[in-house]
Design a protein around this ligand. Sequence first.
Ligand SMILES: Nc1ncnc2c1ncn2[C@@H]1O[C@H](COP(=O)(O)OP(=O)(O)O)[C@@H](O)[C@H]1O
Ligand SMILES: CC(=O)OP(=O)(O)O
Ligand SMILES: [Mg+2]
Length: 392
Amino acid sequence: MGLIFVVNCGSSSLKFTLINPEDGKTVANGLAERLGTPEAVVNIRQPVRLEFQVPNATHGDALDKILSHIDGDIVGVGHRIVHGGEYFTESVLVDDKVVELIGSASDLAPLHNPAHVMGIEAARKKFPDLPHVVVFDTAFHQSMPKRAYLYALPYAMYTNEKVRKYGFHGTSHRYVAGEAAKLMGKPLEDLHLITMHLGNGSSTCAIREGKSYDTSMGLTPLEGLIMGTRSGDVDANLHEYLTRRTGCTLSEVTAMVNRESGLLGISGLSNDMRTLAEAAASGHQRAALAIDMFCFRLAKHILGMSASLDRIDALIFTGGIGENSAIVREKTLSYLSLLRPQVDSELNNQHGRPANGRITTGDSPVLALVVPTNEELVIARETARFVPALAS
Ligand SMILES: Nc1ncnc2c1ncn2[C@@H]1O[C@H](COP(=O)(O)OP(=O)(O)O)[C@@H](O)[C@H]1O
Ligand SMILES: CC(=O)OP(=O)(O)O
Ligand SMILES: [Mg+2]
């Protein structure tokens, strides 16, 4: 049995999954957090529940620790890469040039790409003889038409500077669209869908005939929805206005809209939807406001996505928030009253996932589904295509 080790690196964290690409079974998974601080924590969930601290751990140290606790016939390593820039339209085998190009797109994904490079370098050192494959969030959105991906700037900004909407979370949007088609018992090619990936980063996608036609994220993963610490859409004059008014530098304003805004900025409490939902239930007004704004912005973007479709066969919630927060789903659908969704409260509030994913009533004019994402499985399958022993 050949297993794929999937790595998803953040700036101070590393998620890993050891997965069988053939049956999708996860053999091991876990998370290393606070990397680079004096008290990095490695958390292995499977095959053993284990948590320990590693002083001053780098991504490489964390990988070493993780691999000393898991076992299996690893035949390839798959890396999730958020921004492929203009260079990559599909998954590729890693070599030095690929790593350099991923690093050069760091300006466009400052929270993600620098960490991906650290992760790739650490994993290549650990597994020098295995194929390493990079799978890009941006790849699925290559099918967007020009009217959707261009900004209304002087055209030279596109031709010379490659300023355009790239879109992210493509692996997740693609996967849940396929799973939704199975749940609906229809070929994906016949469906017009709106998918919502709601996690720490969040985005919507308009999918017709299995292809991305529009998405809410843009040149970088900042645009669009309100996120954990990201503002999503703001007026493009904001940076200039704030640098003039407050004396902040441009990079300070950029850091603010990426790291101190969104749910965290509005609530003043947390970027975590669970914490906010609990606080709102016990009367924390700004936590309630943050959730309300999150849902309202999401509803606006859903209607925006509908301009790319002839009809909406299903609205699909996924990601940590989309899969787990009944409040967010219900509130978002309440702002879509034009579409007349009829939420089935029992199904929506069911702990865990409703059996066929449906959270609207049988006669609701629009169907809403909860479909758990599995980016790791898609990455493992893409990686397997490059492993001679597994590729069929
Ligand atoms: N039971 C839950 N109820 C509400 N929100 C939840 C629940 N479980 C997870 N979340 C939220 O999901 C978000 C993280 O989503 P996830 O998809 O895991 O993020 P990432 O983008 O890091 O992969 C957090 O805001 C977290 O609070
Ligand atoms: C693209 C992006 O925002 O990714 P994440 O949700 O993992 O932060
Ligand atoms: Mg995620």
